[in-house]
Design a protein around this ligand. Structure first.
Ligand code: ATP
Length: 511
């Protein structure tokens, strides 16, 4: 097992042990690719939502929110193209009977070549020491250039075959690269087929086909069909955006890697409506704005990169992913798409209702163009969790597991710990708890030794521990322990609120 897989396994079991994420229906041995968020998980999720909403809606006068229903009129999905074109190419290994997404098999093959490049870089770093220049090495080293050439050629072939729906060639490419099933170890593949990702269900009691419904595979269509409702009632002028957070469902063929790919997940999407012809300007704006949002969390700028699409979806004229370096490699975290007027035009056609905007400055009506930002809430959660997990050796020879979650997102902001259960310390601690708990999510804990309690809060990722001791009763001061540095400071109880507020303030991070 590689070091990365090992760390990822630890993150998954840590998430369960500390009430972040549980397998759905655990007592029935679980349901594949469905997960439940525990007490700390739901807090972290809410904090991520809030952080996104504040930056997208509150910071933009021209963006408003929406909460549309999961069920939509079935024609919505005909118009959006999801019934005809929302397919994944899938392939089965005849020996293991395991099913894979053909494009993911090829992408995993590419990742392996990328890992080799990473190893070349690591070796060279060791060899050249301080004198090492990574950019120069990547641009000139023969072996790296060969590997990069291979990657580019595979990418190009894959994109061409997928966009022309040439499934025979996709299979041929898998064979040419000699990609083997990780389970059986053979390259005995079936033909590649298309598989629709939408979940179907029925409304009402009739078995008649007209009542077939789909669980929405994206939240965006709820925004498009409400375009005029929102524009008129909120009196919005173009350019303006509509933001929404909500569940989406996809019958994913391969659902592994924990909450990275689920069948029921949550999206945070924003559709920005612009004048035709101005979409590229806004596409650039949103690429930049969204990357800044990620970087505002200080989780390492090198952990993010853009990955522009060559194989564009049926609705897009430009698209990029913001990828994050998960323990299993760089993978998509967020998509930014220039969706043209495809969706609004299609809904106009299928519904027979005009979906146009009268632009008072131009004195004309048009169907707006759309730039979308779409991020998976669960993937963002995994980003935070996997990036913050650390096993540290301490100076005294002990070790600790700590979640260095950005304080602004941490589920618990402070733990209030009376040193002992007597001498009035619990009462004083409860008093402090009362003073803080409405503004910050706090936990009161009096069981176990203080050292054990610190370790437990480190493992949860609580940025502050406030310890009430004998001195507190005399001079109204406490010790304030910092999760990351483990330093302890004597602080007046009166200052606690301001110190915590400063560290966890959303405003400070986003300003
Ligand atoms: P992928 O290529 O990984 O299947 P996608 O390109 O189909 O993703 P989009 O349709 O652009 O994804 O959806 C926007 C975002 O929703 C993604 O960037 C991702 O964060 C999230 N997302 C999509 N599918 C899933 C899923 N099955 N589980 C969790 N999050 C998902």
């Amino acid at each position: 097992m590689s070091n990365y897989e090992d760390i990822f396994k630890k993150v998954v079991s840590h998430a369960k042990e500390y009430g972040y994420v549980f397998q759905s229906s655990d007592i029935y041995d679980g349901l594949a690719a469905a997960y439940d968020y525990g007490p700390n998980g739901v807090e972290l999720k809410n904090n991520i939502k809030n952080y996104w909403w504040k930056s997208m809606v509150n910071m933009h006068e021209n963006i408003v929110g929406l909460d549309s229903s999961i069920f939509m009129h079935p024609t919505t999905w005909k118009a959006s193209g999801h019934i005809d074109a929302f397919n994944d190419p899938l392939v089965d290994n005849k020996d293991s009977k395991k099913r894979y997404r053909a494009d993911v098999l090829i992408e995993d093959h590419i990742s392996k070549i990328e890992t080799k490049i990473d190893k070349d870089v690591l070796k060279a770093t060791k060899r050249f020491g301080e004198a090492f220049n990574k950019e120069e090495f990547l641009a000139n080293n023969g072996r790296v250039l060969d590997r990069q050439k291979q990657i580019d050629s595979i990418n190009k072939k894959m994109n061409t075959y997928l966009s022309s729906n040439n499934l025979k060639k996709v299979k041929a490419l898998i064979e040419e690269l000699d990609i083997k099933c990780p389970v059986s170890g053979t390259n005995n593949w079936t033909d590649v087929r298309q598989f629709n990702l939408m979940f179907k269900t029925q409304m009402g009691a009739t078995a008649d086909g007209s009542s077939d419904l789909y669980l929405r595979p994206e939240t965006a269509q709820g925004i498009f069909v409400n375009f005029l409702n929102v524009q008129k009632t909120a009196r919005m002028k173009i350019p303006f955006g509509i933001a929404q957070i909500g569940k989406a469902f996809r019958n994913e063929i391969i659902a592994r890697q924990f909450i990275f790919r689920m069948r029921e997940f949550e999206q945070m999407e924003m559709q920005f409506f612009v004048r035709p012809g101005e979409e590229m300007k806004w596409y650039a704006y949103w690429k930049d704005f969204r990357m800044k949002w990620h970087n505002s969390l200080s989780m390492g700028e090198d952990n993010y990169r853009f990955h522009d699409h060559e194989n564009l979806a049926h609705y897009a004229n430009a698209a990029t992913d913001i990828q994050f370096k998960f323990p299993f490699g760089f993978k998509e975290l967020e998509g930014i798409h220039s969706r043209t007027d495809f969706d609004l035009k299609a809904h106009q056609e299928y519904s027979g209702k005009k979906l146009q905007y009268f632009d008072p400055e131009l004195g004309e009506s048009y169907v707006p163009y759309v730039v979308e930002t779409s991020i998976g809430l669960d993937r963002m959660f995994l980003t935070v969790l996997s990036n913050s997990f650390r096993e540290e050796e301490l100076e005294n020879g002990e070790s600790r597991v700590v979640l260095k979650i950005p304080a602004v997102l941490a589920p618990l902001k402070a733990a209030i710990l009376p040193l002992t259960k007597k001498d009035g310390m619990p009462e004083k601690a409860r008093e402090i708890m009362k003073m803080l708990q409405l503004d910050f999510n706090c936990q009161y804990e009096e069981k176990d030794s203080i050292g054990k309690r610190y370790r437990r809060q480190d493992a949860i990722g609580t940025p502050f521990c406030i310890t009430v001791d004998h001195q507190t009763l005399e001079d109204n001061t406490v010790t304030l322990r910092d999760r990351d540095t483990m330093t302890q400071e004597r602080i007046s109880v009166k200052k606690l609120h301001d110190i915590i507020a400063e560290k966890v303030s959303v405003t400070k991070h986003l300003a």
